[in-house]
Each structure stands twice: as C-alpha cells, then as structure tokens.
Ligand binder design. Structure first.
Ligand code: PLP
Length: 262
C-alpha cells in the first residue's frame, strides 16, 4: 500500500557543505518519510570551519517560490531556518497570514556556530513582531534565546518572554551551556512542560539546529502533538550526531540516514 507523504514547506539558506541549511532540512524530512518543498532564501559560501560570504534571495523571488508550492500542493507544515534579512522575514510572514492554520516551526538562525551573522540587517525585531507571534514552536539554542529576550534574567525567563511574544511552544536547547549533561527545556502554556536530558557528545557539529527543527516539523506534518514531535526530534538529532563524521577540516557533520549504516 503506498502512502502519500505529507509536504513541509521549508525556508532556508543553501550551505555547500551539505551540513546545515536546506540540505539538512531535505535530508531530515526525507529520513522521516516527509516530502520537503525547499524555498531558498539565501546562498552561502562556507566550509566546515567558516562562512566566507552569502547573498540573499530577492524577497519577491522568495514569495514567488512559496506561492508556487502553496497553490499547488497540500502543505502540512512550514519550517524556517536562515532567512538572510528582515525583508525576507516580512515577506514570509505576509504569505503565512493567508494560511493561519498551518503549523510553523521556527529555527531562529542568527549566526553561524562561530558567531558570524547570517543576516544582512538586524533581524531580531522582525522575528519578535512578525514571525514569533505566528509560531507553533520555536527552537532557539540558549544563546539565541538570550538574544531574543535580552531583558530576561535566566533561561526560564527568556522562555516566558518568547511565549509572551505569541509562540505556542518554545524549546530551548542546552548544548551551549557548560554542563556535563545537556538539558533541553520545552515550554508552553506559560510553564515548563518537559525537561529532556541527553549525554554530551564529543566534537562540535554543524547543522544540528537545522536537523532538530526540521525533525520537529516532520513530526507535526505527520500529525504528532508538539511535545511528542519534540521528544522524537531530539532523539533523532542525537542519533544523527552520534553517527556523524568529520568530512572536512572543521566541524563534524550529522549523518541523517544512520539507520542505513551497517
Ligand atoms: N542555515 C545555514 C544556511 C547555515 O549556514 C547555518 C550555519 O552556518 C545554519 C543554518 C545554522 O546551522 P546550525 O544548525 O549549525 O545552527
């Protein structure tokens, strides 16, 4: 019996290493048996060590790509990654206004792992006022959460502030915190819902945040509730990192088809 895969519309940047960005999203969604419809928001030139340059897609072309898919296919969920600038973010928010019931997972990509900006302008206010109010789930790492909610005293307060911007759920990942075990926290309905611990893996990875958010979007597209989709996405991401390898001279890359490894 053949099953028609659900479609996830993805807005993300192209990364030629294949570790992060649109390649990460397509691989992750494919591993879940979900069809990725990729809208390219930017093209980066980078290796596994550093970002060299990037160019942002014209917002009109972003809109045209997204409308072409939305008017043709039954999209089940939307995921955003690197948007490149506030003009693209505003364009995407305007399109999504026409689809208020579509689940939206936001990976609030601000910088590379090394801290280089992945936006041509200050995109923070656009996230706060245009996209986060529309989010089903946002998946900041702890550094991104502090940048999005700079007045908050601690990560719990950051989560409350981000929820008060209008997101239904916030998952703050704990990889960047200096603790031996990694502690991820899912918040929703003005409270901490779940505290998920994972062992820390050796190495520094490129594309883990993209993998996690795409896996969450896959779960939502397959009909899971947010806490279930998040738990499964964290397990999946951890397995891709454990199976990952150092293909270049810098960060390790996840391996998203670990189930194929013999
Ligand atoms: N998207 C693109 C195109 C990128 O180049 C990067 C990082 O360099 C990211 C997203 C974020 O990557 P990560 O999943 O490692 O946070």
């Amino acid at each position: 019996m053949s099953r028609v895969p659900p479609v996830v519309l993805v807005f993300a940047g192209a990364d030629p290493t294949g570790g992060a960005g649109i390649a990460a999203d397509i691989e992750t969604l494919s591993a879940f048996g979900v069809h990725a419809a990729p809208v390219i928001t930017a093209i980066t030139a980078q290796d596994t060590t550093e970002l060299k340059q990037f160019t942002v897609t014209d917002p009109e072309l972003v809109i045209a790509q997204a409308r072409a898919v939305l008017e043709d296919m039954p999209v089940a969920a939307v995921k955003t990654g690197m948007l490149g600038g506030s003009a693209n973010l505003a364009a995407i928010a305007t399109i999504l206004d026409d689809y208020p019931d579509l689940p939206l997972v936001i990976d609030p990509v601000l910088t590379t792992g090394a801290g280089t900006a992945l936006s041509v302008d200050d995109i923070l206010n656009a996230y706060r006022s245009l996209l986060i109010p529309r989010a089903t789930l946002i998946t900041p790492n702890s550094n991104e959460a502090r940048v999005l909610a700079p007045d908050a005293d601690d990560l719990d307060a950051c989560a409350q502030q981000i929820l008060s911007m209008g997101a239904d759920y916030v998952l703050i990942t704990g990889t960047h915190e200096p603790q031996p075990m990694i502690n991820h926290r899912l918040y929703g309905n003005r409270r901490l819902i779940e505290n998920i611990e994972q062992p820390r893996l050796p190495h520094d990875f490129h594309g883990s945040g993209c993998t996690l958010a795409a896996a969450c979007a896959a779960g939502l597209a397959l009909g899971a509730e947010v806490p279930v989709a998040v738990g499964e996405a964290l397990r999946f991401t951890h397995a891709t990192l454990a199976a990952g390898s150092r293909l270049g001279m810098g960060q390790h890359l996840p391996y998203r088809f670990f189930e194929l490894k013999r």
